[in-house]
Ligand binder design. Structure first.
Ligand SMILES: NC(=O)c1ccc[n+]([C@@H]2O[C@H](COP(=O)([O-])OP(=O)(O)OC[C@H]3O[C@@H](n4cnc5c(N)ncnc54)[C@H](O)[C@@H]3O)[C@@H](O)[C@H]2O)c1
Length: 328
């Protein structure tokens, strides 16, 4: 990763055994930071952090953010928090809104209280593009949001409201990062709530037809994990006071339809196994809570944080497909 980023700090990554969290733990350790990982393994995996367990600057705390004391223990002596722990997935939140709310909102509030009491320097948290809800304008700019379209989206919006109130009321500095469809190494391809890229890759590798919800013309601003890591490192490292207590889009700034995505994945995977080129695509009903199009403006992040995404969707898909081919 290019740039001058924070070194020799003590940083807590909640959800550090998950897809994004475990990648963040790795990058922070590479920069010589001390990393505390708090996770209850609800969706995270031990194998994501197995190789870090012997690292002298890595500490795993198995615990639940719904328990305030777990959050307080995790924040002890910590300078920065990268709060990733949450239950992701719109469909999961529609199936079970209560658990999603408990983890994503009550857990979030516990973390804010623990971070405030531990006097952490900055609390950086995973927000979501789902906060744009039914607003139709493209590209999405941070100040213009719509009405949430799912229980998950509500929780992520409430996170932003709480973060703002903690800044105003208690002076806790925060930065919210609205991630747009993140993908890359270690993202879980399994389970009912798997994200679309790892799920389709795994299906192609088994010669199974991926099913696209809708006609495939919905589009997303798919964002490679390394761009997300860069934004988290910038959010920790920035010395620009105007950049703090803000919410940012985290994306590449380009739109890809689901039809384009599956074609690219099929093509890339057929370079490894030519039989994959013959796997057909299937189409199913549109999912409740899905927004039709998503495209971020990344101007704010560029201007205030110096964000410069290094991986295009094409480069990211190449890297991700190679990783899945070697690791699945
Ligand atoms: N992946 C994306 O495209 C995307 C998009 C927008 C926002 N986000 C947000 O980014 C964050 C990370 O997402 P991810 O894709 O890495 O998901 P993930 O499921 O891989 O990671 C979430 C982690 O949080 C942990 N966790 C869940 N409940 C917990 C609890 N009660 N206590 C402690 N740990 C708990 C899980 O075990 C897991 O390790 C989440 O907040 C998610 O909402 C992700």
């Amino acid at each position: 990763m290019k740039g001058e980023f924070i070194k020799n700090s003590k940083i807590l990554v909640t959800g550090g055994a998950g897809f994004i969290g475990s990648n963040l733990c790795e990058s922070l350790l590479e920069l010589d930071n001390t990393v505390v990982c708090l996770d209850n393994f609800a969706t995270g995996k031990r194998e994501n952090i197995q190789h870090l367990l012997k690292h002298p600057k890595f500490q795993l705390l198995e615990g639940d953010i719904r328990i305030l004391n777990n959050c307080k223990n995790a924040c002890d002596g910590v300078e920065f928090v990268l709060h990733q722990a949450a239950l992701g997935s719109v469909p999961r939140s529609i199936e079970d809104p209560i658990t999603t709310n408990d983890v994503n909102n009550s857990g979030f509030l516990n973390m804010l209280v623990a971070a405030r009491d531990a006097k952490v320097k900055r609390f950086i948290y995973a927000a979501s593009s789902s906060t744009y809800g039914d607003s139709e304008g493209l590209p999405k700019v941070e100040d213009v949001i719509g009405k949430p379209l799912s229980p998950y989206a509500i929780t992520k919006y409430v996170n932003e409201l709480y973060a703002d109130i903690f800044q105003r009321t208690y002076g806790l500095d925060t930065i919210g990062l609205r991630y747009f469809n993140v993908f890359g190494r270690k993202q879980d391809p399994n389970g009912a709530y798997a994200a679309v890229i790892p799920k389709f890759v795994m299906q192609f590798m088994k010669y199974e037809s991926p099913v696209i919800n809708g006609d495939g013309e919905f589009s997303r601003d798919f964002t490679y994990i390394d761009n997300v890591i860069q934004m988290n490192l910038l959010a920790i490292s920035t010395t620009n006071k105007n950049a703090v207590n803000q919410v940012y889009n985290v994306a590449f700034g380009e739109r890809t339809t689901l039809n384009e995505l599956v074609s690219t994945l099929r093509l890339k995977l057929s370079n490894f196994d030519e039989r994959i080129a013959n796997v057909k695509i299937k189409y199913g009903p549109t999912r409740v809570g899905d927004i039709p199009h998503s495209l971020a403006s990344i101007e704010k992040a560029k201007k205030l944080l110096g964000y410069n995404p290094e991986f295009s969707i094409e480069q990211g898909l190449e890297a991700a497909v190679n990783w899945y081919w070697d690791n699945l």
